[in-house]
Design a protein around this ligand. Structure first.
Ligand code: SF4
Length: 367
């Protein structure tokens, strides 16, 4: 397949692995930030090609995984109302709350619908003026422009029965939280190419300088990831800490300015709680005061709800690169994709789901 096969060429992958062996003289730990990269690494065995001195750890870049449990509880409460049509991407429906998930709400008669875009939810709102339509706006900077556009259009078209349950998070503050932790072991980052397609990478430059850590903007195919790792290791070996762009076919340094303008028109930066990690200052987005009328938390009076995580789930340590999924006692036994305890086992981008899908046989053979 054009533009896919070229990036999955096995011979080229082996050549990259040999080149990495030639330049590597020390042990290095590198974190890929995006759950899509994690899945590609585990699915294609990229980590198994690397020299033993290079360790990959998996970061918090799966938006479903880092959505805190109280947001799930708020979604469940809103979706259970008879006057509400609750719209969401499919991944969110099986993320466990305290006692149930959104799929259970749907099975119990709630009007919960899977949509592929917030604009689809806005269309549903226009078609159902007597119902409240809520879109679960989960994601990193990647999905923020479409969510901002939905609210902007709702305001322009005076669609009063549409609102967003916002759970937007931002990548650079999460990187700083990881690097500031006394337990940090990350020495270099593969940044997520799609986030940088929107935001560019100027905001990573102060992070690289302050923490003396190389950051390589990287794509999602196996050869993208191997090249990103090579560029990162080369910087580490040469004592450099710069931001470099492996994903040039999509990312420009300044990013997509119109998309950034729309995000800042509709959203403002706020502190956000990350599932398993806790609150990170200035790490998320909330609606600007001008668009506060589209905030579902206020509209349905659920802003102050709180909930505790399952004590058995160690996804917080996994999302910070401190543990691997197979180190969780519940992995593959108490926690499976059919009966997940944590979001990292549910999401298509979650690290636990990736190991369960592609590695569980070798993990159980080794244990
Ligand atoms: S295997 Fe399940 S319980 Fe363990 S960290 Fe992953 S999601 Fe949480």
């Amino acid at each position: 397949m054009k533009f896919v096969d070229e990036y999955r060429d096995a011979d080229a992958a082996v050549r990259y692995a040999r080149a990495l062996e030639r330049i590597t003289t020390k042990t290095w730990t590198i974190m890929e930030l995006c759950g899509g990269q994690t899945h590609a690494i585990v699915r294609f065995g990229v980590d198994e090609l690397l020299p033993g001195s290079i360790t990959l750890v998996h970061g918090p870049g799966c938006p479903v995984c880092v959505t805190p449990i109280e947001l799930i509880e708020k979604a469940i409460e809103i979706a259970s109302r008879p006057d509400v049509i609750f719209c969401s991407f499919g991944d969110m429906l099986r993320v466990p709350g305290r006692s149930k998930d959104l799929l259970t709400v749907k099975a119990e008669g709630g009007d919960v619908r899977i949509v592929y875009s917030p604009i689809d939810a806005l269309t549903i709102a226009r078609q159902n003026p007597a119902r409240e339509v809520v879109f679960f706006a989960v994601g990193f900077e990647t999905t923020a422009p479409a969510n901002a556009m939905a609210v902007y259009q709702a305001a322009q078209q005076r669609v009063g029965n549409f609102s967003l349950l916002v759970s937007h998070v931002l990548v650079p503050p999460a990187m700083e939280a990881i690097l500031s932790s006394p337990a940090n072991r990350v020495q270099g980052f593969l940044a997520a190419g799609h986030v940088c397609t929107v935001m560019g990478y100027t905001e990573y430059e102060p992070v690289a300088r302050r923490y003396r850590v190389p950051i390589v903007v990287t794509g999602f195919e196996p050869l993208d990831i191997l090249q990103g790792i090579y560029m990162c290791v080369l910087q580490l070996e040469q004592g450099r800490s710069e931001v470099e762009n492996q994903y040039r076919r999509s990312v420009r340094r300044e990013g997509n300015r119109p998309a950034q303008d729309l995000i800042s028109k509709v959203f403002r930066v706020v502190s956000r709680k990350w599932r398993g990690i806790g609150e990170i200052p200035r790490s998320g987005l909330a609606l600007q005061p001008l668009y506060a009328g589209f905030d579902a938390e206020t509209r349905f009076g659920v802003a102050d709800r709180t909930a505790d995580e399952s004590p058995d789930c160690i996804s917080g340590a996994i999302l910070q690169g401190l543990k691997k999924p197979f180190e969780c006692p519940a992995f593959g036994t108490g926690c499976t994709p059919e009966h997940p305890l944590g979001a990292t086992m549910v999401s298509s981008e979650g690290a636990c789901a990736a190991y369960y899908r592609y590695r569980r046989n070798e993990i159980s053979a080794a244990s």
